[in-house]
Design a binder for this molecule. Structure first.
Ligand code: CP
Length: 292
């Protein structure tokens, strides 16, 4: 039984085996398998989600598991119960694994020391979002055949992005050339990823746009959506200058016409909905690894 707290600590071979197992599940598209019949998995979301929550639920149900959905707003968290007491409560009821999304950074590692069932990180603050980066790597590998030598530029609000962090940790293990293109007040220098201009970003194999995460901003970092779009947005004009082999990615949800023009979301070179589709086999592989 294995937790998945982040990709920083996961080695390349383990990541590769998850990607390969996701490919297996993609090639076995039957709606329901019996692999995890008799297992109970709790999805514990202390922060809002659409894609991650429902693709975990889809993955769990496709593996034949029993699924319990916990939403903080409809729980005793509203009465002041702590995250630890909530997770411990579900564990005491007999869950076999927990998928957890949290706002604060650092709590997940503490929980994993005390909770005996495997925990899967579904996003913790701005720290890591490992299953998002796994589905991103899977999407890139499917398109290009290999991650080695790929130039991937992650554009936008890197400071608040767990997606940027998990992708940077993982992609560099595969020999990808990772760069950031971010506003000076939304950077993450501790990651030691080189910064490039927007013009340089357009020369990448993968242009990965990030959502401006207003809910994590302190003190008016975003002056105006128009100004942001003009400097760091993937506009239709800019997208017309990316390579014909290149792909556009975004973890979503998308702020249309802020970080990416609305007409690009379903552009032929966009993989945004493909990323969401790939989230299901990736999460099947991760859950199976946790309970295998
Ligand atoms: N990409 C992603 O994590 O989306 P949700 O917040 O909707 O889960």
């Amino acid at each position: 039984e294995r937790s998945l707290l982040g990709l920083k600590e996961l080695d390349k071979a383990e990541i590769e085996s998850i990607l390969n197992r996701a490919a297996y599940w993609e090639q076995h598209p039957s709606k329901v398998h019996a692999a995890l019949s008799g297992k109970f998995i709790a999805n514990m979301f202390f922060e809002n989600s659409t894609r991650t929550r429902f693709s975990f639920e889809m993955a769990e149900k496709r593996l034949g598991a029993q699924v319990l959905n916990f939403t903080a707003a409809a729980s005793s968290v509203e009465k002041g119960e702590s995250i630890y007491d909530t997770v411990r409560t579900l564990e005491s009821m007999g869950i076999d694994a927990g998928v957890i999304r949290l706002k604060p950074v650092g709590v997940l590692a503490e929980l994993a020391e005390k909770i005996k069932v495997p925990l899967i990180n579904a996003g913790d603050g701005n720290n890591e979002h490992p299953t998002q980066a796994l589905l991103d790597l899977y999407t890139m590998r499917n398109h290009f055949g290999s991650l080695q030598g790929l130039t991937v530029t992650i554009v936008g609000d890197v400071m608040h992005s767990r997606v940027a962090r998990s992708n940077a940790w993982a992609l560099r293990k595969f020999g990808a050339n990772v760069r950031f293109c971010s506003p000076p007040n939304m950077r993450a220098p501790e990651l030691d990823v080189p910064e490039v201009t927007m013009e340089e970003a357009l020369k990448s194999d993968v242009v990965m746009m990030l959502r401006v995460q207003l809910e994590r901003h302190e003190g008016g970092k975003l002056k105006s959506a128009e100004e942001y779009r003009a400097s760091y947005g993937l506009t239709a004009e800019r997208a017309s200058r990316i390579g014909s082999h290149a792909i556009i990615m975004h973890p979503a949800p998308v702020n249309r016409n802020v970080e990416i023009d609305s007409e690009l979301v379903e552009h032929p070179q966009s993989r945004i909905f493909k990323q969401m589709e790939n989230g299901v086999p990736i999460r099947m592989a991760v859950i199976e690894r946790a309970l295998g």
